[in-house]
Ligand binder design. Structure first.
Ligand SMILES: Nc1ncnc2c1ncn2[C@@H]1O[C@H](COP(=O)(O)OP(=O)(O)O)[C@@H](O)[C@H]1O
Ligand SMILES: [Mg+2]
Length: 512
């Protein structure tokens, strides 16, 4: 394709420049040729003038007149024979002027020139009028004026006129042949040049192109035979070097990619180990928490049971101890229930359900609770898709925990303001990592206008048993349970607190 275009380009250019060059040379030649022709016509004119001079001198000597009918005829014949069109003969002594022939020349100018030749006693060559020659404008008439001497005295003068148009017409005729000749020459020379150019340039280029296209990394790239031009040999070896360099670079790149993959794998392994360690640590922390949180009420219960075993206690005291024991048992019960919340459903029992429906349902239930009586609850459920796969009871637990926390926070504010909880949803595209494809996720945001969380505390709120609430009110397990449930679904939960607004953002995957 490329070589085809190159060939056409070369052909057109060569043909054009050859044709233009030959035409230019031809123009110069025509000019030189015409000038030579005019010169020869001038010499012819001078000879004619001499002949006229002789014949007129004889006539004057014999008959004492320049012209009689006889030599007038002779004069005309001579003029015609020499190819001249027109003549003016002036005899100032007898104040006579004779005109011969016919042409469109300005007669006043002719009379002037004839008179000038008589006065200056010199031959004059002049041109008059213009006409289109072959390529440009040329002189139309050539005038030769000359004095006539009889006994070495100027007695009269003559002017002869030649119409140069016939010379131009002659050249025009020959030029037609020359033009055809130039055309044929252009074609032949172009064909020869293109053939030569093809052999020297296009063919090696084609071959080189084919080799480059078929090039495989494991082979050598050498193309040009010794006889081919030096430039192509150089180009070939440069290409060879370049291709070698490229395949070397590719090899290096491949090695780098392999080592990167290996490092990535190692990193992933390390990350897994870390997560495992973190999980173990969190289990440890949880166990310690459970031991502490359950251990305390258990020792209190044991204490009361010891007291109850004694015989000398009143019924009132017995009742009081039993009530206190019940409180402690309830505390243990709540903790156990909350811990059960996230460990209940195995993944294979997850079902598809609408998150919007669940949120609407929770909001109606909540509006009837005294805890939320003074709080304005706003729902902006604008996600275009809301069906996810999970255990809906667990997710209900998560949403309830978040709402209770928000309500608790609003209630704990030192100065009373209109409490507001805002719940909004949207569908977002979240890239997992920079290499993986982005996945669709449902974003749920809980915002409240409570007093907020300090930067130091926000780090700890997902820890088990972390609570700022008074004993008996908070267990510190709510957000921990939320975190575990969301993590099991494959989502994330994050908290942010800015001035007086706390935001908890949950991302849940649509496809699992
Ligand atoms: N919306 C909120 N605004 C302010 N603080 C909050 C909010 N949600 C949670 N917290 C803080 O995080 C702590 C842990 O919460 P959570 O795990 O639910 O336990 P609990 O509610 O039993 O205290 C809370 O004690 C509270 O200090
Ligand atoms: Mg809570």
């Amino acid at each position: 394709m490329f070589t085809g275009r190159l060939k056409t380009y070369f052909t057109i250019n060569t043909a054009f420049f050859l044709f233009a060059g030959m035409l230019l040379i031809n123009m110069v030649l025509v000019k030189i040729d015409q000038r030579a022709l005019v010169k020869s016509e001038i010499s012819k004119g001078f000879i004619l003038v001499s002949a006229l001079e002789n014949s007129l001198r004889q006539s004057l000597e014999k008959k004492n007149v320049f012209f009689n009918s006889n030599n007038k005829y002779l004069f005309r014949e001579l003029l015609k024979e020499a190819g001249f069109n027109f003549a003016l003969f002036s005899d100032p002594k007898n104040k006579q002027k004779y005109f011969f022939g016919d042409c469109g020349i300005n007669r006043d100018r002719l009379v002037q020139l004839t008179h000038k030749a008589f006065l200056t006693k010199k031959k004059i060559t002049a041109f008059d009028d213009s006409v289109w020659g072959l390529f440009w404008k040329e002189n139309r008439y050539m005038i030769i004026s000359s004095p006539l001497f009889v006994d070495q005295k100027t007695t009269a003068s003559v002017s002869i006129v030649l119409d140069l148009l016939k010379i131009y017409n002659q050249t025009r005729q020959t030029q037609q042949i020359v033009f055809i000749y130039i055309l044929i020459n252009t074609v032949i020379l172009t064909i020869i040049s293109v053939k030569r150019f093809s052999r020297v340039t296009v063919t090696p280029l084609k071959r080189m192109l084919a080799r480059v296209e078929d090039f495989r990394e494991d082979e050598d790239f050498f193309l040009i035979h010794e006889k081919e031009s030096d430039e192509f040999s150089r180009l070939s070896s440069s290409l060879h070097r370049m291709l070698k360099q490229i395949s070397g670079d590719k090899e290096k790149l491949r090695e780098t990619v392999t080592s990167l993959k290996k490092t990535n794998l190692q990193l992933k392994e390390a990350q897994k180990d870390l997560v495992k360690a973190e999980k173990l640590a969190s289990v440890g922390r949880l166990s310690a928490g459970i031991a502490h949180e359950i251990g305390n009420p258990v020792s209190i219960i044991i204490g009361y049971l010891e007291l109850l075993k004694q015989h000398d206690i009143s019924d009132k005291e017995k009742k009081d101890f039993l009530c206190r024991t019940e409180v402690e048992i309830n505390r243990i019960n709540i903790i156990i229930r909350q811990l059960l919340d996230f460990s209940r459903t195995p993944e294979e029992f997850f079902r598809k359900f609408s998150v919007h429906e669940l949120l609407n349902d929770i909001s109606t239930v909540f509006e009837m609770q005294p805890l939320l009586a003074d709080i304005k609850l706003e729902l902006h459920l604008s996600a275009e898709e809301d069906i996810i796969t999970a255990d809906s009871d667990q997710l209900r637990q998560v949403f309830m925990n978040l709402m209770i926390n928000a309500a608790d926070s609003i209630a704990s504010a030192p100065e009373k303001v209109q409490g507001k909880i805002n719940i909004s949803t949207s569908k977002i595209e979240k890239p997992l990592t920079h290499t993986s494809v982005p996945i669709q996720m449902l974003k749920i945001i809980f915002t409240d206008n409570g007093p907020g969380i300090s930067d130091a505390d926000i780090e700890k709120i997902f820890d088990p048993f972390y609570t700022t609430k008074e004993p008996g009110k908070g267990t510190g397990l709510g957000l921990y349970v939320c975190f575990m449930i969301i993590d099991k679904i494959g989502g994330t939960i994050k908290a942010a607190s800015e001035k007086k607004n706390t935001t908890l953002t949950i991302l849940l995957p649509f496809d699992r």
